[in-house]
Write a protein that binds this ligand. Structure first.
Ligand code: JB2
Length: 220
C-alpha cells in the first residue's frame, strides 16, 4: 500500500535543499517527499531524503503519479530554468512556507516560493514565482520581489522596495524605503542600499556602491 500524503519531488540536493526538506516536513501540509533530483546523481541522502538521480527522471516520476515539485536551488537563474523545465513536464510548483514565518494575509504570493523560519512578509507585499525569503529576512509592506529574486538571511527590505527578477540581497543587507534593485543585481552581505541599483551589477558596502558588471560572468 502506498504511503499516505501527496507525493512531492525536490529539485536540487545542496545546502538550500537540506533546509527545504526540513521546512516541508515542518509544514505538516500533507506532502510526502519521494526524493531529490540533482545534477550530481551520486546516490546519497539529504536530511534523510534520497537523491534519486538527475532531472531526467522527471517523466518517470510523473508517470508514477508525482505531480508536485519544489525547486530548491539557490542560484536564481538556475532555479528559474529548472522550474520552467519541471512545469513544462506538467509539474505544479508548491510553496514552502515555514510555520515559524509570519506572512500577512494581504501579501500576494506566487508559486514555488520559499519563506524560511523567522522571516516576516508584511502587508500587501508581493512575491512572484520562485522567490526566496531566507531565514529571518524582513519584507516590509508593499515591497515587491520579482521572479526568482532572493532576500538573503537576515536582510531587510523596507516598505515599497522593489527587487526585480533574479535580484539578490545578501545576508544582513538592507534597503531603505522605495529603492529598486535591478534585475539580476547582486548586493553583498551587510550592504546598505540607499539609492537604486542598476540591473546586472554587483554592489556592496555602506552605502552600497556598484563594484562591477556581472554581464561577463553569466552571459547576461
Ligand atoms: O538543473 C539542475 C541543477 N543545476 C545545479 N537541476 C537539479 N536538479 N539540480 C541542479 N543543480 C544542483 O544544485 C547542483 O548539483 C548542487 O547539488 C545544487 C546546488 O547546491 P549548492 O549547495 O551549491 O547550493 P544551494 O543552491 O543548495 O544553496 C545555495 O543557495 C542557498 C540559498 C548556497 O549559497 C546556500 O548557502 C544558500 N543558503
Amino acid at each position: 500500500m502506498p504511503e499516505p500524503g501527496r507525493p512531492l519531488v525536490i529539485l536540487g540536493a545542496g545546502g538550500h535543499a537540506k533546509v527545504v526538506v526540513e521546512l516541508i516536513r515542518a509544514m505538516d501540509a500533507g506532502f510526502r517527499i519521494v526524493g531529490l533530483l540533482d545534477a550530481d546523481p551520486t546516490p546519497r541522502t539529504v536530511a534523510g531524503a534520497p537523491v534519486l538521480g538527475t532531472d531526467a527522471l522527471l517523466p518517470e516520476l510523473y508517470n508514477q503519479g508525482v505531480r508536485s515539485a519544489f525547486v530548491a536551488i539557490g542560484d536564481n537563474g538556475v532555479r528559474r530554468r529548472a522550474a520552467a523545465a519541471a512545469r513544462g513536464q506538467g509539474f505544479e510548483l508548491v510553496n514552502a512556507i515555514s510555520p515559524r514565518a509570519t506572512v500577512s494575509p494581504t501579501a500576494r504570493l506566487g508559486a514555488g516560493i520559499a519563506i524560511m523560519a523567522g522571516a516576516v512578509v508584511n502587508a500587501e507585499a508581493s512575491l512572484e514565482d520562485l522567490v526566496i525569503v531566507n531565514t529571518g529576512a524582513v519584507v516590509e509592506h508593499d515591497a515587491r520581489l520579482g521572479i526568482a529574486a532572493h532576500a538573503g538571511p537576515g536582510s531587510v527590505l523596507a516598505g515599497n522596495v522593489e527587487m526585480e527578477a533574479e535580484a539578490f540581497l545578501g545576508a544582513g543587507a538592507c534597503a531603505i524605503p522605495g529603492v529598486r534593485i535591478g534585475a539580476g543585481a547582486q548586493v553583498g552581505a551587510g550592504a546598505s542600499v540607499v539609492s537604486d541599483i542598476p540591473a546586472g551589477v554587483l554592489a556592496y558596502g555602506v552605502p552600497a556602491r556598484v563594484a562591477r558588471s556581472l554581464a561577463s560572468e553569466d552571459g547576461r
